[in-house]
Design a protein around this ligand. Structure first.
Ligand SMILES: C[C@H](O)[C@H](O)[C@H]1CNC2=NC(N)=NC(=O)C2=N1
Length: 101
């Protein structure tokens, strides 16, 4: 069954539990700061593994010492769903292990 898009209110409510994550109404996103390029790349690889496990994939932008994550749900026309929130929560769980802030 296709996931239901969240209303703007539902999205804000979900983001209240995800500090530093924001929305522009079309996706949810956060940029992490890391201690260098290889730590940022390692975190990107860890996120990729989680995304394969969840079968839900964000856009990752690797910088010198940063990693930007942006996600929405393609299968419902690029709207925000619980799948995006679930992925954001999983990424938040691993971020401290990578020294990401
Ligand atoms: C066929 C496969 O299940 C789909 O393409 C999955 C893969 N990853 C996905 N990722 C995201 N962000 N949205 C999707 O709708 C999606 N669909």
């Amino acid at each position: 069954m296709a996931p239901q898009p969240l209303s703007p209110e539902e999205t804000e409510q979900a983001l209240a539990g995800l500090p530093h994550w924001k929305t522009d109404g079309n996706s949810v996103f956060r940029t992490y700061s890391l201690t260098g390029h290889l730590p940022a790349a390692a975190m990107a690889m860890h996120i990729a593994a989680i995304q394969e496990e969840l079968n839900h994939h964000s856009e990752l932008t690797l910088g010198y010492n940063s990693l930007a994550v942006s996600v929405n749900t393609h299968s419902v026309g690029g709207r925000i769903t619980e799948l995006d929130i679930a992925l954001a929560r999983r990424i938040e769980e691993i971020a401290p292990n990578h020294g990401a802030s």
